[in-house]
Design a protein around this ligand. Structure first.
Ligand code: ADQ
Length: 484
C-alpha cells in the first residue's frame, strides 16, 4: 500500500473491538502464548499495522481473568477484563439478545431488560476509560460494532483531542424497528460522539441520519450531520455514510492457486461420491442466515423429483456460534432435526444428499470447499455484508461456479451478477437453485467475471484506507481551523 503514513497522518492508531483479534495457544508443556486469529478484522488492517503499529483494546475471551498488556509484532494488545456477569448481561444479553435481533429485522424477538442495559453502559464505559488511558495525544481511535455504540461519546468526553471513528458491521435498522428500543436516544447520542460513522449499505446510513435528526438536535446535510454548539462543547460535524467492507481478495486467490488446494478440492468431490452437482452453504449457525429456508427449498426440490437426489449433494457448513444464547440452541436443534429427517427420507444406503458439518475449518480447507462447489448458497434473511459470498468469488479464478445471493445481504449491492433471491420466497429460492444447477458455462463465466471485478475493485485494503482516510482528513481540517 502506498502513502501509508498519510492514512493516519502519522498519528497513533487505536483499534477498539469487543474481542481482541488473538487466540490463546497452550503448548504441550502447558505454557501459553497468543497468536492473531486468522481472518477477520486483523487481516483488514494488517498492512497498516505492519507499517505504523497499533494499539488494540478488547476482551481476551476468558471470564474473570486479569491479563497484562502484551505485544505481538507491532501490535500492543490491551485486554479489558469482563466478569462472568458482564458476559451474561452485556455480551450475551444486551448485545446478542437485544441489539442483534433488533438490528436484523426482529427475525427473533429482541428482549428488553433494564439490568442488561445497565451493564452495557458500564462495560462501554470501561472500554472508553481504557482507550482514554492508553491512547497517545491526538491518536486515531477506530471503534467496531454494535457491542460498543456508547464508546464514541464517552471517549470524546474523556479525550477531546482524539479523532474517533465507528464502524457498524451489522445492518442499522429502519426507524420503525429502532424506535422499539427503550434506550434509543442514548444509542444515537453515543454514536454521534464519533467524527466518522461507517455503515455497510446506503439504506443503513440513511436510516441512521433520519433517526439522528428525529432524536437529537442535529441536521443532516448530505452525508454530514451538523451538531450545534452547546454550553459544554463547540459545534461540530459527523460524517455518517456507507463504507462497504470487503476481503483480502489476493490472499484468497493465492490459496486457491496452490496445487495442493486444487488437489484437496478434487478429493472433496470424490469423498462426496463425485455427484454431478455440489452445492455449498457456509454460515455461522445463526438465525439470520436463512439456513432453515434454504433447507426447506432443497428438501422440496428433492421431494418433487425436480433434482435427482442421487446426483446432488448440499454441503452445509455451520460454525458453532453463541451457544449460551437460547435462540441459538433452539436453532441448532431445529437444523439438526431437519438434517436427520431430510437424509432419512431422501437418502439411500450409499448416499446422503445433505452433508452437515458443525465445526470451524482452516482457511485452506474453506478455499478447497469453495473450489469444489458448483453453486454457493448465500441466503440470509438479513446480513450486514456477508464475506463468504466475496470469498467464493475471489477464489474462482476459473470463472466457473454460481452464486445464489440474498437481496438482504449487503454484498448484493456490489455482486449484481449473482442470482439474486428473496430468501423468504421458497418458490423463488427453488427456481434459483434449479437455474443455478443448469446454468451454461458461458453464462457462469460472464457473471463470475462481473463479480470478480467488483471484489477486486473494492478489497479490504481499499475499505480500510477509505475509512481511515476520511477520519484523517477530518482531523486535519479541524487542526487547520483551530490554528487559524
Ligand atoms: P458474520 O455474521 O460472522 O460477520 P460473514 O461476513 O459471512 O458473517 O463472515 C464470516 C466469516 O467466517 C467468513 O470469513 C467465513 O469464511 C468464516 N467462516 C464461516 N464459517 C466458518 C467455518 N466453519 N470455519 C472457518 N471459517 C468460517 C459480521 C456480519 C456480516 C459482515 C461481517 C464483516 O454479520 O454481515 O459481513 O461481520 O463486517
Amino acid at each position: 500500500m502506498t502513502g501509508m503514513q498519510d492514512l493516519t497522518g502519522g498519528r497513533e492508531l487505536v483499534m477498539v473491538s469487543n474481542r481482541l483479534p488473538v487466540d490463546r495457544v497452550v503448548a504441550a508443556d502447558g505454557t501459553t502464548s497468543w497468536r492473531t486469529s486468522p481472518g477477520g478484522l486483523v487481516t483488514a488492517v494488517e498492512p497498516i499495522v505492519e507499517q505504523l503499529g497499533c494499539v488494540w483494546v478488547g476482551w481476551a475471551g476468558s471470564e474473570d481473568e486479569h491479563i497484562e498488556p502484551f505485544e505481538i509484532g507491532r501490535m500492543r494488545l490491551e485486554p479489558v477484563e469482563l466478569s462472568h456477569d458482564d458476559v451474561e448481561r452485556y455480551y450475551e444479553g444486551f448485545s446478542n439478545g437485544t441489539l442483534w435481533p433488533l438490528y436484523h429485522d426482529v427475525i427473533a424477538p429482541p428482549e428488553y431488560h433494564r439490568h442488561w442495559w445497565d451493564r452495557y453502559v458500564k462495560v462501554n464505559r470501561r472500554f472508553a476509560e481504557r482507550v482514554a488511558e492508553t491512547a497517545a495525544q491526538g491518536a486515531v481511535a477506530w471503534i467496531h460494532d454494535y457491542q460498543l455504540q456508547l464508546v464514541p461519546a464517552m471517549l470524546r468526553e474523556l479525550r477531546p483531542d482524539l479523532t474517533i471513528g465507528f464502524f457498524l458491521h451489522i445492518p442499522f435498522p429502519p426507524r420503525g424497528l429502532f424506535e422499539q428500543l427503550p434506550w434509543r436516544r442514548s444509542i444515537i447520542q453515543g454514536l454521534l460522539g464519533a467524527d466518522v460513522i461507517g455503515f455497510q449499505r446506503v439504506p443503513d446510513a440513511i436510516s441512521f441520519r433520519t433517526i439522528a435528526e428525529r432524536y437529537t438536535h442535529t441536521q443532516a446535510l448530505g452525508n454530514t450531520m451538523v451538531l450545534p454548539a452547546t454550553p459544554d462543547a463547540p459545534g461540530r460535524t459527523v460524517l455518517a455514510q456507507e463504507f462497504p467492507i470487503s476481503i483480502d481478495a489476493a490472499a484468497f486467490a493465492e490459496v486457491a492457486r496452490r496445487p495442493e488446494t486444487q488437489q484437496r478440492a478434487r478429493e472433496i468431490r470424490a469423498e462426496l461420491g463425485d455427484p454431478k452437482t455440489v452445492m455449498l452453504g457456509v454460515d455461522r449457525l445463526d438465525y439470520t442466515k436463512g439456513i432453515r429456508h434454504r433447507l426447506k427449498a432443497f428438501d422440496e426440490l428433492l421431494a418433487d423429483d425436480e433434482i435427482d437426489a442421487s446426483n446432488i449433494v448440499l454441503v452445509q457448513v455451520a460454525s458453532p456460534s453463541r451457544e449460551q444464547v437460547d435462540a441459538y440452541r433452539q436453532l441448532r436443534n431445529e437444523v439438526e432435526l431437519t438434517v436427520g429427517r431430510l437424509n432419512g427420507e431422501r437418502g439411500t444406503i450409499g448416499h446422503s444428499p445433505l452433508v452437515y458439518l458443525h465445526r470451524g475449518y482452516s482457511r485452506e480447507e474453506m478455499v478447497a470447499l469453495y473450489l469444489a462447489a458448483d453453486v454457493l448458497l448465500v441466503t440470509p434473511l438479513r446480513d450486514g455484508m456477508n464475506l463468504v459470498a466475496k470469498e467464493y468469488v475471489a477464489c474462482r479464478e476459473d470463472e466457473q461456479g454460481v452464486l445464489v445471493l440474498s437481496e438482504f445481504a449487503g454484498a448484493a449491492d456490489e455482486l449484481k451478477d449473482a442470482l439474486l433471491v428473496n430468501p423468504h420466497d421458497i418458490e423463488g429460492l427453488k427456481a434459483a437453485f434449479l437455474r443455478a444447477t443448469h446454468m451454461p458455462q458461458e453464462e457462469q463465466r460472464r457473471r463470475m467475471q462481473g463479480m470478480r471485478r467488483a471484489v477486486h475493485d473494492n478489497d479490504v485494503e481499499h475499505w480500510a484506507s477509505a475509512f481511515l482516510g476520511s477520519m484523517t482528513s477530518i482531523s486535519e481540517t479541524r487542526a487547520t481551523a483551530q490554528a487559524n
